[in-house]
Design a protein around this ligand. Structure first.
Ligand code: BJ8
Length: 414
């Protein structure tokens, strides 16, 4: 197995993590598990994946929350999240891609062509999706380096023929995964997959609920990390550790314990996803007098929302697949048009989490999320909710300037 020996992420990560994470005071003890995971990000988990491969399980990589983990698990395979959140993996990708492309796309391709990420190296198949132009064209290059399968997103989810189309895409994916794994999907196994993933989402959602407290019992940085790790950790362990953390957070609330300054302004971060180790925006906010109380993105609420009702699932396999397909099509990525449910969710979270202001975080050159700023800003302004748009990438050159803008925004909220 070609797991890379010179690991640039391991070179860069400890210093960054220490500065951003370990400098926080009075963190929940349950974060110790996540500290351990990050300190050995290319050690423990990739080794588990290699062992699982040896035992006959297939490893499936994915970049997006539209890839149904339930189906992968039901076929005795393992899903790992592969998004790229590092700057160092981008130059290698720029030999294949235009420079003015979203950092997430470049970073992702860079990992594979540089062979610097153990998670990419261990995958038997990577599933892409046609969510945005940049990603779908990048996948054409990625598939020259690794076995790939791309699922197609219907752009208008509300149309009846979109539902049929998406259902067929799910069925085609199942055929591909059955071929790769050599296993056949059954209703019983799919129900079990749905139950496992539901439990993980429920545990993450419960942690999110605790952030409605004032002050929240956990920082935004820590809460973000819990979700980021859930993308690639073993599903049962992710659920167990998130549940333990939730129970500790409950105790902290009861006992009035928090590492967050009660005067910190409550911020929602909305926009593009933040893959490990992209903690830049949370760090700036939380060292400028703010606390992030909710992430309206795929490394936040979109990942753990839409829990399925396990008790009323049908027994018929076709009906089960349909219910699962509906659940996914109900997510509100900016790749859809129109995308009013996302606006409704932004307003809903602003109210539920009692936010003082919204920072709309957008990776440079992400057109879909950039364009949705217009309607999001208008909707929030109509409700009198202060709004700041930040466009940035993975570099550190603009950190000083971002501090100036975020500090001024938080000062204004006071
Ligand atoms: S469901 S947000 S994970 S597509 S940031 S690559 S959209 S140019 S990541 Fe995403 Fe799935 Fe949507 Fe979520 Fe393109 Fe924008 Fe880059 Fe993006």
């Amino acid at each position: 197995m070609d797991l890379e020996t010179h690991d640039m992420l391991l070179d860069a990560l400890p210093g960054l993590y220490e500065k951003i994470y370990l400098s926080q005071s009075n963190r929940p003890e349950g974060m110790g598990f996540y500290d351990l995971v990050v300190s050995d990000i290319h050690g423990i988990r990739p080794k588990e994946l290699v062992d699982a491969k040896k035992a006959g399980n297939k490893i499936i990589g994915a970049f997006c929350v539209y890839v149904p983990e339930e189906i992968v698990l039901a076929l005795d395979a393992i899903l790992v999240g592969l998004c790229g959140g590092t700057e160092f993996s981008m130059p290698a990708a720029e030999e294949y891609l235009p420079r003015n492309l979203c950092a997430l796309i470049k970073s992702s391709l860079g990992f594979k062509v540089q062979k610097t990420c153990a998670y990419y190296q261990v995958c038997d198949l990577i599933i892409g999706e046609t969510t945005c132009e940049g990603k779908k064209k990048m996948f054409e290059i990625l598939e020259e380096h690794t076995p790939m399968y791309v699922i197609q997103m219907p752009p208008k989810p509300d149309q009846a023929n979109s539902k049929e189309f998406w259902l067929q895409e799910m069925k085609n994916l199942i055929v591909k995964l059955e071929e790769i794994t050599g296993n056949e999907l059954t209703a019983e196994k799919l129900k079990e997959g749905i139950r496992l993933v539901n439990e993980k989402r429920t545990a993450l959602q419960r942690i999110a609920e605790t952030r409605k407290e004032h002050p929240p019992p956990i920082s935004g940085k820590d809460a973000l990390l819990v979700t980021q790790v859930a993308f690639y950790d073993d599903v049962a362990r992710a659920t167990q550790k998130a549940t333990e953390l939730y129970e500790e957070l409950q105790d902290r609330i009861k006992n009035g314990v928090s590492g967050v300054d009660p005067s910190a302004k409550r911020i929602m971060i909305s926009g593009t996803p933040m893959a490990i180790p992209n903690w830049k925006m949370h760090d700036i906010v939380e060292t400028s007098g703010g606390v992030v109380v909710i992430e309206e993105n795929c490394t936040g609420a979109r990942y753990y929302s839409k829990i399925m009702d396990v008790d009323s699932l049908p027994d018929d396999l076709n009906e089960l697949i349909t219910a699962l397909a509906d659940r996914y099509l109900d997510l509100d990525c900016a790749c859809f048009t129109p995308n009013d449910p996302r606006l409704e969710n932004i307003l809903k979270y602003a109210e539920e989490f009692k936010v003082d202001g919204v920072i709309y975080y957008c990776l440079q050159n992400c057109l879909t999320y950039s364009i949705e700023v217009y309607k999001a800003e208008r909707a929030l302004k109509e409700k009198g909710i202060p709004f700041l748009k930040i466009e940035t990438d993975y570099g550190t050159e603009d950190v000083g300037q971002l501090y100036t803008r975020v500090e001024a925004f938080i000062e204004m909220l006071k």
